[in-house]
Write a protein that binds this ligand. Structure first.
Ligand SMILES: N[C@@H](CCC[C@H](N)C(=O)O)C(=O)O
Length: 294
């Protein structure tokens, strides 16, 4: 049966998404429908699709992820190839803008909007740059997978980082190396991660730290998409990796430049002696439309 879909198109630093409201959870799209929507020639075109669904409408497995602490809204996120992803750092800011602009939630300055994701609940609030997201904790692997990409010449060691979804970060020596990459080809990771990974190529700033803030340039090949103009979870993974390599004197405030703009990343202590990451950046809704899906 044909499905008429009302959607909004939005982006966070050029990482673009198709968003639609399905509060009661009655409109689950198939991977083939998601691929058509995201196709830049035959569909609307986007890096991912976000279904806005109320947590209470989820099946028991997904609902368990967002019960404690409770989140009224869940970000049901799909990559352009139709695969699911646990988290999206740019998408969640655009999702917050979509929920508030559509009148589905009210978000006063300083108030916190908890949003359910497959990686757990993430707190979002308005910030000077647009929105700020508490991205939670992370995990750094002790392996060093080798990464090769077209234009790189020789494989480089990467750092595996999980920030709710999987990343491998690779340091390059300068901007010329970063620009020489051809990310229209899938980077090869050896050993290959079981569930795939987003791959970030980074060039630490020179100087690395200016006025107490660390600087990094990054390009990314997103799992399930290809090269994108930005990846929010990738920027926090990049800042973490560079801080890890730089050692004890590295700062906790970072600016990460991606082809689609700049975002801010901060590492901050939590009450239980851990550390969380925060991501701040813009979120834009560009247009609304309607499409009929076969
Ligand atoms: N663009 C996103 C990440 C989207 C999911 C990713 N491709 C994955 O499969 O993990 C971001 O802004 O974080």
């Amino acid at each position: 049966m044909a499905v008429k879909l009302h959607f909004s198109k939005g982006h966070g630093t050029g990482n673009d998404f198709i968003l639609f409201a399905d509060p009661d959870g009655s409109l689950e799209l198939t991977p083939a429908q998601i691929q058509v929507l995201c196709d830049r020639h035959f569909g609307i075109g986007a890096d991912g699709v976000i279904r806005a669904v109320r947590s209470r409408s989820l099946d028991a497995g997904a609902a368990a992820l967002v019960e404690n602490p409770g989140a009224e809204w869940y970000m049901d996120y799909y990559n352009a190839d139709g695969s699911v992803a646990e988290m999206c750092g740019n998408g969640i800011r655009v999702y917050a803008e979509f929920l508030t602009r559509s009148g589905l939630v009210e978000l006063a300055a300083g108030a916190i909007l908890p949003i359910g994701t497959r990686a757990g609940v993430r707190d979002v609030q308005r910030s000077a740059l647009g929105y700020q997201v508490d991205m939670g904790g992370w995990w750094i692997g002790d392996d060093e997978p080798l990464v090769n990409a077209k234009g790189l010449g020789v494989a480089r060691p990467g750092l595996s980082i999980d920030v709710g979804n999987p990343h491998v970060v690779v340091a390059l020596s300068d901007d010329a190396e970063l620009e020489a990459l051809d990310l229209s080809y899938l980077p090869v990771i050896d050993p290959s991660p079981e569930h795939g990974a987003n791959v970030e190529f980074v060039v630490p700033g020179d100087p690395l730290v200016k006025d107490g803030v660390g600087h990094v340039r990054m390009r990314v090949h997103e799992r399930g998409v290809g090269e994108t103009l930005s990846c929010g979870t990738g920027t926090v993974a990049a800042a973490l990796a560079v801080r890890h390599w730089a050692g004890d004197r590295a700062p906790n405030d970072w600016r990460v430049s991606i082809p689609g703009g700049t975002v801010s990343v901060r590492m901050f202590p939590t009450e239980d002696d851990g550390e969380h990451l925060s991501l701040s950046g813009p979120a834009e809704l560009v247009y609304d439309g309607e499409i009929t899906l076969a």
